[in-house]
Design a protein around this ligand. Structure first.
Ligand SMILES: [Fe+2]
Length: 192
């Protein structure tokens, strides 16, 4: 079993298992945010990026059966010859609180992944509201205002975002700023 995974290998799995357009965009958004947060906190950019890219790898295969979400991704990675406990644990931890999951976030990578994947939903929901539907002019204070309105994009887990900022050792507005910049860096790819 392989204890490490390279970025090209991760992209290969990404292309093999995830076809749904919005899931691919969400996974790439989570990847670039994780890379930016790793850079800001001195963590391993490549590894954190790959955790972000692959965190929802099983969603097409599960076809809505979310009770096995996360666990099926770990099975897929094992079926493809990987044994990377730190990544498995992070992928399992991002479904904390979901039905069928008894995993808990335990370390910085796990808290930050759960927050990064949630902030993509908040930023995307805000961008769609804008007349130009572009991320170009998005300001941190606008997203922060939406963060504070629980009825807006209600499925976005604000606690996970707050916890992630804390584990990254930064203020919420800095966490949001880094996330917006990261998504903006792939704006063409994600159609924003
Ligand atoms: Fe996700």
């Amino acid at each position: 079993m392989k204890k490490m995974i390279t970025y090209p290998e991760a992209r290969e799995l990404f292309d093999k298992y995830l076809q749904t357009d919005y899931l691919r965009k969400h996974s790439r958004e989570t990847e670039v945010i994780m890379r930016a947060l790793a850079k800001a906190t001195g963590a391993d950019e490549e590894f954190w990026g790959i955790c972000g890219l692959l965190h929802d790898l099983d969603l097409d295969a599960l076809n809505g059966d979310l009770e096995r979400h996360g666990r099926r991704t770990v099975e897929i990675l094992k079926e493809n010859g990987y044994d990377i406990p730190e990544m498995f644990s992070a992928i399992l931890a991002h479904v904390e609180g979901m039905e069928g999951s008894d995993f808990r976030r335990k370390n910085d990578l796990e808290y930050i992944l759960a927050g990064a994947e949630n902030i993509t939903g908040l930023i995307s929901a805000y961008v769609i509201l804008r007349p130009d539907k572009k991320i170009e002019g998005v300001k941190v204070k606008s997203v922060l205002k939406k963060f504070k309105s629980p009825a807006f994009a209600a499925k976005v887990n604000r606690d996970f975002i707050r916890d992630a900022a804390e584990h990254a050792g930064m203020e919420l507005r800095e966490f949001i700023g880094i996330s917006i910049d990261a998504m903006r860096s792939i704006s063409d790819e994600i159609g924003m």
